[in-house]
Design a protein around this ligand. Structure first.
Ligand SMILES: *Cc1c(COP(=O)(O)O)cnc(C)c1O
Length: 387
């Protein structure tokens, strides 16, 4: 699979997914139909969310969701400065302008609500948040602050790419804001290769994204195949963002494994925290965002990423090269969005906390299959690299 001794991540895909895909391939129906419908209802039930609509990717799901909550050309959308570029690109694709907001702190890398409030204007059409690393952002607090400033009606979009199965004290990620979008890309907690899920908070929004994902058609090919309809009208200019039956079947098998895999991830995270606390040098040099979060907050993270902050001024590339030479794969989540070439045409913005934190970000390996031995190997090597 890979030549890493400790890869950044590993999927839980196996025989179950292979059999599910084969079952669909020989069934004679490959595009959106009964498997997609079953995947959607099982996803909604398992995560205790009212609605779920499968899409071809989280990125397309974000675009459809922004459109469904009313984002139009010229609008502003407040977006975390620290997220994957798709959170902002999806708004830009609609002709809207992302306004980037800072991180909360070194220990909470999700978007700072203070900064969100400061950046509201009459052109703001939506606020996007991202549950960084799988740790639920405090959406009810954001809602309360928006209400207190007279922006209570503003839609909150949750980018849940890191957070399938995660919840805060208030409920499941994907059900905390106005609309949520999950990713089933290959490196996420559950995968269909490519794919995503939109979880709307109301039936009207759910219907809106379903119509958008199917060209704006009034009836689907599946409904016509099932003799439920003979023809169709096109109600609005939509797109094709459908998930196919093979991926939906793989997704159903992955969903069966999600919560157990997330529990393994929580165990791995706990081993990391203990391992760092046992190594005095690492404890002194590293900052660990969300340290002790699970105990403190009483919520459940999906533990998508194991992120640490290197010491200020540390040569991150040298550390990564050294770890990679030892077979330990690392990454960086993410280069700040406001500094990417594609965003240099936007009005310049300074995000002081993100700018001082971003060069220190390092993502260590995390998968449900990691052992205590793997973690000792990673931490010993990191310790040596920082000496
Ligand atoms: C992976 C990811 C996406 C994009 O998901 P795709 O399914 O690959 O389109 C969006 N946002 C975040 C935070 C992600 O991690």
């Amino acid at each position: 699979m890979s030549d890493w001794a400790v890869p950044l991540t590993r999927t839980t895909v196996g025989q179950e997914e292979a059999q599910a895909a084969a079952r669909v391939l020989i069934s004679g129906w490959l595009t959106q139909g009964a498997e997609v419908a079953a995947f959607e209802s099982e996803f909604a039930a398992q995560l205790r969310l009212p609605f779920a609509a499968a899409v071809a990717s989280c990125t397309l799901g974000l675009e459809l969701s922004y459109a469904a909550v009313g984002v139009r050309p010229g609008d502003e959308v407040i977006v975390p400065g620290l997220t994957f570029v798709a959170t902002a690109n999806a708004a830009r694709r609609l002709g809207a302008r992302p306004v980037f907001a800072d991180i909360t702190s070194e220990s909470d890398l999700s978007v700072d609500f203070e900064d969100v409030i400061a950046k509201l204007t009459t052109r703001t059409r939506a606020v996007a948040i991202m549950h960084y690393g799988g740790f639920a952002a405090r959406v009810s607090e954001l809602r309360a602050r928006l209400q207190a400033t007279g922006y209570g009606q503003l839609p909150i979009l949750e980018d849940c790419a890191h957070a399938p199965g995660a919840h805060s004290e208030d409920g499941s990620c994907g059900g905390l804001g106005t609309i949520g979008v999950f990713s089933f890309f290959g490196n996420k907690n559950m995968t269909t290769g490519e794919g995503g899920m939109i979880t709307a908070s109301t039936r009207a929004l759910d219907e809106a994204v379903r119509e958008l994902r199917t060209h704006g058609l009034s009836t689907s090919t599946w409904e016509r195949h099932r003799r439920r309809a003979l023809s169709y009208d096109v109600l609005q200019v939509g797109t094709n963002a459908k998930l196919d039956e093979v991926r939906a079947a793989i997704g159903r098998a992955q969903l069966n494994k999600l919560l157990a895999a997330n529990r393994r991830r929580a165990q791995v995270r706990a081993w990391y925290e203990v391992g760092i606390q046992e190594r005095g040098d690492l404890l002194a040099k590293l900052t660990v965002p969300y340290l002790g979060w699970q105990r403190r907050v009483g919520a459940e993270s999906a533990h998508h990423l194991m992120v640490v902050l290197l010491p200020q001024g540390c040569a991150r590339e040298a550390v990564m090269v050294r770890l990679h030479a030892a077979g330990i794969q690392t990454s960086v989540h993410y280069p700040p969005l406001h500094r990417l070439s594609c965003n240099l045409d936007l009005p310049p913005v300074t995000l002081p906390r993100l700018e001082s934190t971003a060069p220190r970000l390092l993502t260590l390996p995390l998968s449900p299959f990691m052992t205590k031995v793997d973690i000792a190997r990673v931490l010993d090597e990191l310790s040596a690299a920082l000496r």
